[in-house]
Ligand binder design. Sequence first.
Ligand code: PLP
Length: 472
Amino acid sequence: LACAACLGRRGGLRAYSALTSNLAPFTNPSEKERNSAVTLVRGEGVHVWDDQGNKYLDGLAGLWSNALGNGNERVIGAAHAQLKKLAYQHTFWNRTTDIAEEYTRRLVDFASHRGVVQTFMSCGGSDANDTNVKLAWYYWNAVGQPSRKTVIARHGAYHGVTITASSMSGLDSIHKGYGPLPLPWVRHVSTPHYWRNGLPGETEEEYSSRLAKELEDLILREGPETIAAFIAEPVMGAGGVIPPPKGYFQKIQPILQKYDILFILDEVITAFGRLGERFGSDFFDIQPDLYTVAKAMSSSYYPLGAALITERVADAIKDQANKFGVFGHGYTYGGHPVACAIGLECLNIYEETSIWDHVKLMTPTFQLTLKQLETHPLVGEVRGEGFMLAIEFVSDKATKAPLGTSVPPATILANECMKNGLLVRSTGNVVVLAPSLVFTMENFQELFSKLKASFDSFDQIVYKELPDLPRE
Ligand code: PLP
């Protein structure tokens, strides 16, 4: 006879169908159980196919990451060759691999014009951001200022989902339900979004000055001797593609320098060409102390990320680690041989093709064509830089009030895009596009025509639900 507890357990097991065996990231498990997940099975260049045979143009490059598209034979070949040669060894305890050494040397060369002298290898962006916070703490302890522990981040930022990275991220959706998040050593300043948060009559430069003052006021309130670092994305990504207002970083950096605060630049989306330069910091002329990179680093053919370290921090780490006899940090898969082989081949391709120049060339086509959507009565702002773009819906252009459809408007559009064979991302009121860096004119034409068809059906759905919305 089965006991009640066992029956209960079995009942529980039955409740978890095959559809929810994977607790999926940023997904409502109940929705997934209703079988709404789209299952992708194949990719070729910038197109992917689902298990029903439907073909999609990938307007988000996976997660802003699949820079070269799928099926790049050079990258696949490099991975295959490395798997055959040496599938795994770590880089701990003064043991290393030829490929990890070769790749990290190349990466440092690639970033040397940014003052980078060293890398620390991770498996993605979140753990690289964690590493950068640890490096900042290690640095301040090394130079005799152990009271510097607080990190200043920004509302609307996305830095990943480890406990440290989610604490620094400024999005409610990743704090909700987790009790102590964000951790108490993090502070957030305002999202630098001029269109939404600039005051009437205030210029962009004045707005940037106001944000710099907000930062300085916070530093003085907390005490500069308690602040370890400031972290920012060059263009906010998951927060809704928010480029900095004019003069923003030029006004923020002197404040950081004045109070001797380390600057961590989260280039997980922007490094390797997405803005039409090698780094987002090249694009905006930013001089941080630590960089975080991932995503396009391996074109997402393998999990790969890194902290890129400038001389000031590297020197202090070396001295401090020497005192302890070891630098006490490392991931089993950091510097994984296959990841490094893939990263190296991606870097070869990026450099040989100057992929950033292609992005720069195609940016006006992408940005200016879609900017025209601002004439749509329910589009408040189309914004972006390089191959990052957002379309924000409003119900009223003057008040910028959000569009209150029962299903969020960007989700309505994203669903229509999917029916039309285009993958985009919805973040509620904002639709995000971030195509692969190899997108051609033909790919963009396909994107534009699919987006147009999707807007036509979006209009029908939205005006049917809310007929009184403005029509011009
Ligand atoms: N930082 C930024 C700017 C990101 O966009 C992301 C991911 O989208 C991360 C960090 C986290 O990277 P990962 O998902 O590889 O941990």
